[in-house]
Ligand binder design. Structure first.
Ligand code: ADP
Ligand code: 5GP
Length: 212
């Protein structure tokens, strides 16, 4: 289907939330970025964080980087749909951003940790929950090290948290094992496309027209 036509049809309904979690270094950012490039009906929920930007990261694109004071004020004002302290920094999803994207009909990818995902389960029961696993702990370690974005100490911390993160896998709807990147992207894309065709996500106006 041509990209523009697909957009036209898709934007007539409310978007779906795709909540994606994985131990750090598994490859979720890589997979999500590839799909975001390919589908203009899909948008990333840009989180707020107090972690310092990595080389090349831009505020408002990868994250919105804020101070702890600002983040805490946002918590107090109830501005987050979910938030968590992950590896010593705050991360959170702003309700306002979700609402804006959802109203415009976009499907939204949320790249968030398991505790944040569990908070969303209480309020967004129509969301689709996807867990990504590394093929082995050794591969996870290799990927975290080869990314060269964290110090050895932080890599250690992230690896120590991986088992706890993985223990949540049963709460998710789908599991992807990110071994060969190409196949992992295809699997996530299939989940997204299949969700579009759910009865609950059908464009009711079109059905009404057809039944007239
Ligand atoms: P996450 O967002 O889950 O923390 P990233 O997407 O940053 O992980 O990926 C961690 C590292 O692993 C990156 O250097 C990325 O290029 C690499 N990577 C991701 N998926 C694969 C894969 N299937 N095979 C090999 N390397 C991968
Ligand atoms: P990183 O620092 O590697 O970008 O992300 C660290 C962890 O924080 C990842 O597991 C990522 O999914 C998670 N994360 C990113 N944004 C959010 C968010 O808005 N909320 C929660 N709960 N976790 C997030």
């Amino acid at each position: 289907m041509a990209k523009s036509k697909q957009k036209e049809i898709s934007l007539k309904r409310e978007g779906t939330l795709f909540v994606i979690s994985a131990p750090s270094g598994t490859g979720k950012t890589t997979i999500c970025r590839k799909l975001l490039k390919k589908h203009d009906t899909l948008k990333l929920s840009v989180s707020y964080t107090t972690r310092p930007p990595r080389k090349g990261e831009k505020s408002g694109i990868d994250y919105t980087f804020v101070t702890k004071e600002k983040f805490k004020k946002m918590i107090d004002r109830g501005e987050f749909a979910e938030w968590a302290m992950v590896y010593g920094n705050f991360y959170g999803t702003a309700v306002k951003r979700l609402k804006q994207l959802n109203k415009a009909g976009y499907d939204i990818i949320l790249d968030i940790d398991t505790r944040g995902a569990m908070q969303l389960k209480n309020t967004y029961d129509n969301a689709v929950y996807v867990f990504i696993l590394p093929p082995s702990m050794q591969t996870l370690k290799d990927r975290l090290i080869s990314r060269k974005t964290e110090t050895a100490d932080i890599v250690k911390k992230r690896l120590e948290s991986a088992r706890e993160e993985i223990s949540f896998y049963g709460k998710y709807d789908y599991i992807i094992i990110n071994d060969i990147l190409k196949y992992s992207c295809q699997e996530l894309e299939s989940i997204i496309l299949a969700t579009k065709t759910r009865i609950a996500n059908t464009d009711q106006k079109l059905i009404n027209k057809l039944l007239k």
